[in-house]
Ligand binder design. Structure first.
Ligand SMILES: Nc1nc2c(c(=O)[nH]1)N[C@H]1C(S)=C(S)[C@@H](COP(=O)(O)OP(=O)(O)OC[C@H]3O[C@@H](n4cnc5c(=O)[nH]c(N)nc54)[C@H](O)[C@@H]3O)O[C@H]1N2
Ligand SMILES: Nc1nc2c(c(=O)[nH]1)N[C@H]1C(S)=C(S)[C@@H](COP(=O)(O)OP(=O)(O)OC[C@H]3O[C@@H](n4cnc5c(=O)[nH]c(N)nc54)[C@H](O)[C@@H]3O)O[C@H]1N2
Ligand code: SF4
Ligand SMILES: [Mo]
Length: 751
């Protein structure tokens, strides 16, 4: 029998990073045996990275949980889904009734943006709970961008992305897409797209204290001192004003506050910031002139410009530069994607604006941002006694014990909770504390649609893949896990899971028919619901969103328009064309214009001005990502381990010599929150005064089930932090550019 008789191919969009590559999976005997890039995918055209290639191993990891776990007499044991959800309902409802809604904390981790369930259900869960104790990976990552976009454009989700395929000049700040494959800029084959930029004569400038693989591609690499990008960017803006290089063009009529920004950056001359940034004033002027001279240019910043002391100011300045050079919202500049599940265009009108600090955290008094509290403050919200304490936790796709500052304190806090639920495929550093663990199926058994990343994609396109392999007996789809969790916390335990989807569909269509700007205005919501196709709740909801969306069929109004059936008929996706200008239609500010100097930003500028005087003397630590890794949960796949993917402290040769550090031998690293020992790797890939340690390691806690990862656990870099260093506007943890002390660990001589 030829292999073709027993094997088949199934398409699956890769959920492992933001690039969303199309995979062609080989399926044999009900499991995934191979993965390659789908050459016909309209967006990724066959590109794949080593993580995508390891999809079969990752999907089939024997450590993945197959059944729910429940705690009995202190120990976790397997249980049926019925028993597990009974315990969830019994564990959470009484706490809410006694202590109120905020007593249940919700932690949402990164993979929620990589699953359909994670996009569709957490908003419903949060509404059902009514809790303000919401903590997500955003405050360990991109919250500064949300805040900046909220303030500038009135919409925290209106995030401009570089128009990568058409730009003449890319100024990249604190991002390393050659290893991360891009973030808040969904672009399969980011490396290839950067090379194409250079081939068509474009320029790439990279600002990064490390000589990353991306920096090696650059025409200009600036090894800035960590944490000082806001100063550098303010100086770039200053030069644009000073030298008459601003050219906002059509943005002038849609923007207010140019003069105010000119005044605000007055003090930040290149000469004034040069020493703090450790970048010569002449080079800063050159960068500004190159940016202004480029026919089109895009300024783009990511994690290294976000998880820093001035994260929101840095992200704001990124878009200020895009506006001042006229590059915001024009082809080749920084543009707003328009995804198929976004809202349909409507006449431009003033909106409700974006507000920060509508409430504050109980212990630290941190302002909420986008309805969230800082994840760095989660431990104190649990372990500080008093009214309103978080006593129970629902943790979905999150591993904050490793991902957030001071994992030790959080570890202990989690152990003291009255009740905890984890929705997680692994028993890991965080989920080991749960009273109930609800494991979602492996990705091959789930359908996939990128609700989040299509809205950050460098080309408008839409793709959907159904589960590649049928759900194994005894498994529950992640959407059903979420639905049943929602029912369990909202006093509807035992109702059919479809009740949640029916409710959302009823509400959404009810709103749409009542909206005078919607294409379906005045129609009968129930009739529209009856028209939805799809074999599951998530599919019906996807159909609804597509049909109401900017390319939708409007439930029949446009027979050529988008719906689920049409998408299913195009298994490699549908290309919806290059990004198009969207101003002023997408603005939701109160003024109806781009508000270039919002009040909260202006109020934070004195802090930046003070930084002009500061000269950090010691060593600063920054992170790094490895192509074959992903945050905290991919160290359990043998195919992705080893080689250069190791948990080492990278130190510049000069610093190593000064500190007496030797290659491969341990160093002791001390920060505000603790200390650790880690092997040294001497390399000029980091600049002097800077050391680098990756995150997501430290798999040495008992009670986890990560056989491969535990064999080479590494250390948890976030143990060096105590959770008090935050970007004040967004509550985002400072994970890059914090001070550490380093000493050599001498082997004890044998006696
Ligand atoms: N020092 C330092 N710390 C950092 C960073 C840094 O650069 N430096 N980066 C930060 C960033 S950018 C982020 S986004 C955060 C991430 O922080 P987290 O989201 O807390 O961390 P992850 O490691 O992504 O954890 C994901 C969890 O989801 C589970 N999971 C995997 N697949 C699925 C699935 O399909 N469904 C469900 N329900 N669960 C799943 C995994 O088992 C794991 O427990 O870490 C942050 N921490
Ligand atoms: N292979 C792999 N891919 C991933 C992930 C992963 O863990 N591994 N994680 C995914 C996630 S959750 C995210 S959010 C994205 C992140 O995607 P990126 O932001 O592209 O990735 P990072 O590697 O965090 O890049 C941050 C860069 O900022 C630099 N940096 C640190 N401090 C500073 C500073 O103060 N100023 C400047 N200018 N630069 C600084 C670091 O040296 C680093 O090179 O990647 C995603 N993709
Ligand atoms: S680049 Fe990202 S989406 Fe593409 S194959 Fe690799 S992990 Fe998957
Ligand atoms: Mo992230």
């Amino acid at each position: 029998m030829s292999p073709n008789d027993t094997t088949r191919t199934a398409l699956r969009i890769c959920p492992l990073c933001e690039a969303t590559c199309g995979l062609a999976l080989t399926i044999g005997e009900g499991r995934v045996t191979g993965a390659r890039g789908d050459r016909e995918d309209v967006f990724s055209r066959g590109f794949i990275c080593p993580k995508g290639a390891a999809f079969p191993e990752l999907d089939g990891d024997p450590d993945r949980l197959a059944r729910p776990l429940v705690r009995e007499n202190g120990r976790l044991r397997e249980a049926s889904w019925e028993e597990a959800f009974d315990l969830v309902a019994a564990g959470l409802r009484p706490l809410v009734e006694e202590h109120g809604p905020h007593t249940v904390g919700v932690v949402l981790g990164n993979p929620n943006v990589h699953t359909m369930a994670g996009a569709l259900y957490p908003p419903v869960l949060l509404k059902a709970l009514g809790t303000r104790s919401v903590f997500t990976a955003s405050t360990l990552d991109q919250m500064p961008k949300h805040v900046s976009s909220g303030l500038l454009f009135g919409d925290a989700l209106a995030i401009p992305v570089p128009d990568l395929d058409r730009t003449d000049h890319l100024l990249l700040i604190g991002a390393n897409p050659l290893d991360s494959n891009g973030s808040l800029c969904t672009a399969p084959d980011f490396p290839g797209r950067l090379k194409a930029l250079k081939r068509r004569g474009g320029r790439l400038t990279v600002i990064d204290p490390r000589t990353t693989r991306t920096a090696r591609l650059a025409d200009r690499h600036v090894a800035v001192r960590p944490g000082t990008d806001a100063l550098l960017l303010a100086a770039l803006a200053h030069v644009l004003f000073e030298e008459g290089l601003t050219a906002p063009g059509r943005l002038t009529e849609h923007t207010e506050g140019f003069d105010e920004v000119r005044d605000a950056v007055q003090d930040f001359t290149p000469e004034a910031v040069a020493e703090a940034c450790d970048v010569p004033a002449g080079e800063i002027r050159a960068i500004a002139r190159e940016l202004a001279a480029a026919p089109t240019a895009a300024v783009y910043g990511r994690v290294g410009g976000s998880t820093v002391e001035f994260g929101t100011l840095t992200n704001w300045l990124v878009d200020v530069l895009n506006v001042l050079t006229g590059n915001l919202d024009r082809p080749g500049g920084a543009m707003f994607p328009h995804s198929a599940t976004d809202r349909a265009p409507r006449p431009a009108a003033p909106g409700r604006g974006f507000r920060l600090g509508r409430w504050h955290s109980r212990v630290g008094g941190h302002p909420e941002a986008k309805g969230e509290l800082p994840t760095a403050a989660l431990a104190e919200e649990i372990d500080t006694p008093g009214e309103g304490r978080v006593r129970a936790l629902i943790c979905v796709a999150a591993n904050p014990v490793l991902s957030a500052p001071d994992g030790k304190r959080l570890d202990e806090a989690l152990a003291g909770l009255d009740f905890m639920v984890s929705v997680d495929p692994y028993l890991n550093e965080t989920s080991r504390h749960a009273d109930v663990v609800l494991p979602p199926p492996p990705p091959s058994q789930s359908a996939h649609f990128d609700f989040a990343f299509n809205a950050f994609a460098v080309r408008n396109q839409v793709r959907y893949t159904r589960a590649a392999v049928p759900l194994q007996p005894g498994r529950l789809a992640e959407s059903e896990i979420h639905s049943r969790l929602i029912l369990a916390v909202s006093g509807m335990h035992g109702a059919p899971a479809s009740a949640v989807d029916d409710m959302v569909i009823g509400q959404t269509l009810g709103k749409a028919v009542a909206d005078p700007h919607a294409g379906v205005h005045g129609q009968d919501a129930q009739r529209l619901a009856g028209l939805l196709t799809g074999v599951s709740g998530p599919e019906r909801r996807l159909d609804m969103m597509l049909r109401l969306g900017p390319y939708g069929d409007g439930f029949g109004a446009d027979p050529e328009g988008m719906n689920l059936e049409k998408l299913l008929a195009h298994p490699h996706g549908l290309d919806l064309g290059p990004l198009r200008p969207r101003l002023p239609e997408l603005l939701k500010t109160r003024s109806g214009r781009v508000e270039l100097l919002p009040a909260p930003i202006a109020a934070d500028l004195p802090r930046l001005r003070r930084a002009l005087q500061e000269r950090p003397g010691g060593l600063l630590l920054v992170g790094r990502r490895h192509l074959r890794s992903n945050n905290s949960w991919m160290h359990n796949v043998p195919a992705l381990k080893g080689g250069s993917n190791r948990c080492t402290l990278q130190v510049h040769p000069q610093d190593a010599e000064r500190l007496g550090l030797a290659e491969g031998l341990p160093a002791r690293v001390k920060g505000d929150g603790g200390e650790l020992e880690v092997p040294v790797e001497i390399t000029d890939a980091v600049r002097t005064g800077v050391v680098s340690l990756p995150h997501g390691w430290g798999h040495d806690r008992t009670g986890a089930r990560l056989t491969v990862a535990a064999a080479e656990p590494g250390v948890n870099v976030n143990q060096l932090l105590d959770g008090t260093r935050l970007d004040p506007l967004s509550g985002t943890a400072v994970l890059n550019g914090f001070p550490v002390q380093i000493t050599a660990v001498r082997p004890t001589p044998a006696v």
